[in-house]
Design a protein around this ligand. Structure first.
Ligand code: PMV
Length: 313
């Protein structure tokens, strides 16, 4: 039995880190995907093949001994095999167009695609169950995961997300987004831990920053619905200042947003920070922004919003 699913990466337009502490956030799924092919096999092994390596482990293996990047996939295969009384093994093949570890949702897209592909071996996958499984799997990487990334990947489009609820944002806004990659990989878990330390040391200020982030997101939602791109760009740059204050940005990301701001409506880091990518919003053409970041040696690309989300085959 074989089953296949694919899921998009994402950009966080507003609210990364603050969303972990209960604020809203705005994300969009992007036109780069991860595909997972799952297969039941007779030998009792969970084998995982991806660009990060090849592993084959028995299903009763001690969790800590599973290679860290493959842990969420191992978790999903084991949980779903147990749940459906599957006595054999499961093999997973992962292929991805999403750069790894730079804030574009490679790991959440992988969790979503794997949850749906493995479920598809036993039943018709459904979006609600897939999202819950993917969110649980992400928690094997970083336990405070807000679930925002997986939600955008499952549903596609523009999404408002908080830990309480989420909804698709209906908008006719044509968001011309340019992504530039600093080339420095980050660990989301380490960055979330760093922000937690900042919060402990700056308790009152952190409450104020979260409330500023929440106001900004309310304004940004208004701008998106009214197609006010100038206003939206300004909100992005304001969000970048808050991320800098909590220590999520770096000198390099600040310098990249500085370059992007000369020719765009606004820009910010996206994802956990400490490296990774920035995203810039342009009005008509994004060529100048792209050229100026490429001239500084950064990998850079335009991205379209993916409206499909999770796809199963
Ligand atoms: O893993 P990244 O770089 O996509 O960042 C995740 C976003 C955070 O808000 C920092 C963490 C979370 O769980 O929402």
């Amino acid at each position: 039995m074989k089953s296949k699913a694919s899921a998009p990466g994402k950009i966080i337009l507003f609210g990364e880190h603050f969303v972990v502490y209960g604020t809203n956030s705005i994300l969009c799924a992007i036109d780069r995907r991860t595909t997972v092919v799952a297969e039941t096999v007779p030998e009792k092994l969970i084998s995982i093949h991806s660009e990060l390596g090849n592993d084959a482990d028995p299903p009763d293996m001690d969790f800590d001994r599973i290679s860290a990047p493959h842990r969420p996939l191992y978790y999903l295969a084991r949980r779903l095999a147990d749940q459906h009384g599957h006595d054999g093994g499961i093999s997973l093949h992962v292929s991805s167009e999403i750069p790894i570890g730079v804030g574009l949702g490679s790991s959440s897209a992988c969790c979503v695609a794997a949850a749906a592909a493995i479920s598809g071996l036993f039943e018709e996958p459904n979006r609600g169950r897939t999202l819950q499984l993917a969110m649980d799997a992400e928690k094997t990487i970083h336990e405070k995961s807000s679930g925002a990334d997986c939600t955008a990947s499952v549903h596609g489009g523009l999404v408002r997300y908080s830990k309480r609820d989420h909804s698709r944002i209906r908008s006719s806004a044509d968001l011309k987004l340019t992504v530039a990659n600093s080339g420095t990989e980050h660990s989301t878990a380490d960055m979330v831990r760093g922000v937690s330390e900042f919060r402990e040391q700056n308790h009152d200020r952190f409450i104020d920053i979260c409330s500023e982030a929440e106001d900004l997101i309310r304004d940004a939602l208004h701008m998106i619905r009214r197609n006010n791109l100038q206003g939206l760009g300004r909100c992005m740059s304001m969000n970048q200042r808050l991320l800098r204050e909590i220590g999520a940005s770096t000198e390099e990301l600040d310098s990249m947003t500085g370059i992007a701001d000369r020719t765009s409506l606004g820009s910010k880091m996206t994802g956990a920070g400490g490296g990774g990518c920035i995203v810039a919003l342009n009005a008509v053409s994004a060529e100048h922004t792209l050229d100026s970041l490429v001239a500084e040696g950064y990998e850079c690309f335009h991205t379209e919003i993916d409206f499909k989300g999770l796809d199963t085959f």
